[in-house]
Design a protein around this ligand. Structure first.
Ligand code: G6P
Length: 613
């Protein structure tokens, strides 16, 4: 989704802004732009396409100012084009604005502004914002020192929808005004330099001292000062946070792509996520959130709500929660959950999973649930993200920044965290599932080294990818918990290789999908549950009989004569198998995409965090 960068300080702004945009490319975008103040006017350069093109444009060298804003746009209102790219200026060219989010009442505001004599050049919802600011600015007292701040504040009060904005003006050249509602925005400080961004990685290279703006905040940022206000322009205090991610974590290191780097970071991400929660013979440590027995005893149903990969985590951990807590669990897609009026009340627990903590549908689902008195827990990877402000409790995965659009280390870390949460619920409720919990704990500690074993054998996956990368259709099948991995594997392949694929519960094949099986169609089978092994094998034999070739991911003894392509993963407790079985399948998607010469980190049409509905 769209990305924002801003800078005010003693240095030339444009290289810092471009560098920030490059760091935000992972969010997904289709056009980019930059505006700085040069002498007495705003200079704006924008183009459709990549930030690199902006960086190489001949005009970029004419930008010398030390205050500016920049943006990567992911089209919502109006096609990708240089006119629709941000920054947007008002018709008098006094103000420039970059905006993330959607202004729902832009048609109404545009009509008002057209009547007031303003003109519009783009098809975007954003263009109403600079014009509104100019309108209010013209009405404020000329001598008022807070004229710019007041004008932006009045404009934001008229906006319906979501926004994070940064505004510069040629009329007040020493400040940037920023504001947010339902869209993330952060402000980094380092002596007499201030950095603005929609995401922390954009500015981490310059400072670790970061303010995370709260909903409704508006701030006046100058070279030497930052003052925060609420929407009534009352001053508010915000705490400076010290971000522990280092800048290197958002670099590729020795890897060709972020996705490959992040796949290899999984052992560490899992270890960090386990952290101190599991120690010998002690109950899981969740003292950071203090969920009591009373709180849990009231729960009669759990919903796990999320989008994309995070939703697949829900499918993977549902059987673990049901087994360990005896509470029924339903897994729901956030965009459906928020509108389908699910039966929830004060005895329902909603666990919302979101790597970014900014996914609009997931946040809306959580808010709806709260309005219906449900209890809520957020699982996220991003400190201070929007979802953390809504939930009763927040639990963090410690996967470090995930930059590649296709999620890998966040997925495995989320499964690990939720498995520990299920154990914690069971222990808190005194359900006496000691044996299984003890097994899970000790096996969980071995997960990082088992992931490493799989990574060491990636060449086998690469070789298989070379055989199948030209195919048009693939199927992923599994039973029980293996089906969760099948869903996630199919999504990974679609996302980055653009090959169509489907996932099915193996037993469902003969109820329709088998009609699609013909000579040389590839069916990937995941077989880790010994109890279901024979049944899964016969399902796969049915597709072989119809001409399919198979690729098997397993930790069981399988007849090589029937299944010539087998990739072995280490043995593990069935509940923990999705964390291992997905690794070769992440690699498969990766290598197939590479064989096709695709950009694995920034797949077409996708965004890392979908902050609009
Ligand atoms: C987007 C991404 C997916 C991701 C989903 C949920 O669709 O392309 O890879 O799984 O959002 O993101 P979240 O940040 O909420 O986990």
């Amino acid at each position: 989704m769209c990305g924002i960068v801003g800078y005010i300080g003693c240095k030339k702004a444009s290289p810092i802004l471009i560098n920030g945009l490059l760091k935000l490319e992972y969010r997904g975008y289709d056009s980019a732009g930059i505006a700085t103040i040069e002498n007495d006017k705003i200079c704006c350069i924008k183009n459709k396409g990549r930030v690199k093109e902006l960086q190489n444009s001949k005009d970029i060298n004419t930008l010398n100012g030390n205050i500016g804003i920049a943006h990567t746009r992911w089209a919502t209102h109006g096609k990708p084009s240089s006119t629709n790219a941000h920054p947007h200026l008002d018709s008098h060219k006094n103000f420039a604005v970059v905006h993330n989010g959607i202004i729902e009442n832009h048609n109404e505001l545009k009509k008002f502004l057209l009547d007031a004599g303003y003109t519009f050049s783009s098809e975007t919802d954003t263009e109403v914002i600079p014009n509104l600011i100019d309108y209010y600015y013209s009405k404020e007292d000329v001598a008022d020192k807070e004229r710019f701040l007041k004008a932006v504040n009045k404009a934001t009060l008229d906006l319906k929808g979501s926004f994070a904005i940064a505004v510069i003006s040629k009329l007040e050249k020493d400040k940037i005004i920023i504001a947010r509602k339902d869209s993330p925005l952060v402000l980094g400080v380092k002596d007499d330099e201030k950095y603005i961004a929609s995401d922390i990685p954009a500015i981490l290279e310059y400072t670790n001292d970061i303010y995370i703006l709260k909903d409704g905040d508006i701030a006046e940022v100058t070279q030497n000062d930052v003052v925060f206000y609420d929407k009534n322009l009352e001053k508010v205090r915000r705490e400076l946070e010290s971000i522990t991610w280092d800048a290197k974590a958002s670099d590729k290191g020795n890897f060709e792509d972020f996705m490959m780097k992040e796949i290899h970071e999984q052992p560490e991400a899992i270890r960090e996520t386990i952290g101190i929660r599991i120690t010998d013979n002690k109950p899981c440590d969740f003292s950071d959130i203090n969920i009591t027995k009373e709180y849990l005893s009231e729960i009669s149903k759990i919903y796990i709500v999320a989008c994309g990969t995070a939703m697949h985590v829900g499918v993977a951990v549902k059987p673990i929660f049901e087994k360990l807590t005896n509470i029924p669990v339903e897994v729901d897609i956030a965009s459906e959950f928020r509108y389908r009026e699910p039966l929830i009340n004060e005895n329902t627990l909603i666990i919302c999973i979101s790597q970014s903590g900014e996914t609009a549908d997931t946040i809306a689902a959580l808010k709806n649930a709260k309005e219906n008195y449900a209890k809520t827990i957020a699982i996220t990877n991003v400190t201070g993200s929007s979802i953390t402000r809504e939930a009763d409790f927040t639990l963090y995965t410690h996967a470090g920044p995930e930059i590649a659009v296709a999620s890998t280390k966040a997925y495995t870390s989320q499964i690990v965290l939720l498995t520990m949460l299920a154990m914690h619920f069971s222990e808190t409720l005194d359900l006496h599932k000691d044996e299984i919990i003890q097994n899970l704990k000790s096996e969980m500690m071995e997960l990082p080294s088992k992931v490493n074993i799989i990574l060491e054998n990636s060449d086998e996956i690469k070789a298989f990818a070379k055989k199948i990368y030209k195919e048009k259709d693939l199927f992923f099948v599994g039973r029980g918990i293996d089906y969760a991995a099948a869903m996630e594997a199919s999504l990974k392949l679609k996302e980055i290789s653009y090959i169509h694929s489907d996932s099915y519960q193996s037993g469902e094949l003969k109820h329709g999908p088998i009609a699609l099986i013909e000579d040389d169609v590839t069916v990937v089978g995941i077989l880790t549950d010994r109890r279901l092994l024979d049944k899964s094998i016969s399902n796969l034999q049915e597709v072989i009989t119809r001409g399919a070739k198979t690729f098997i991911i397993t930790n069981q003894d399988i007849d090589k004569k029937i299944f010539p392509n087998i990739f072995n993963i280490p043995k593990v407790h069935p509940f923990l198998s999705p964390t291992l079985s997905i690794i070769p399948l992440q690699l498969l998607a990766y290598y197939v995409a590479k064989e096709k010469g695709l950009d694995v980190d920034k797949p077409r049409n996708l965004a890392k965090s979908v902050t609009v509905e």
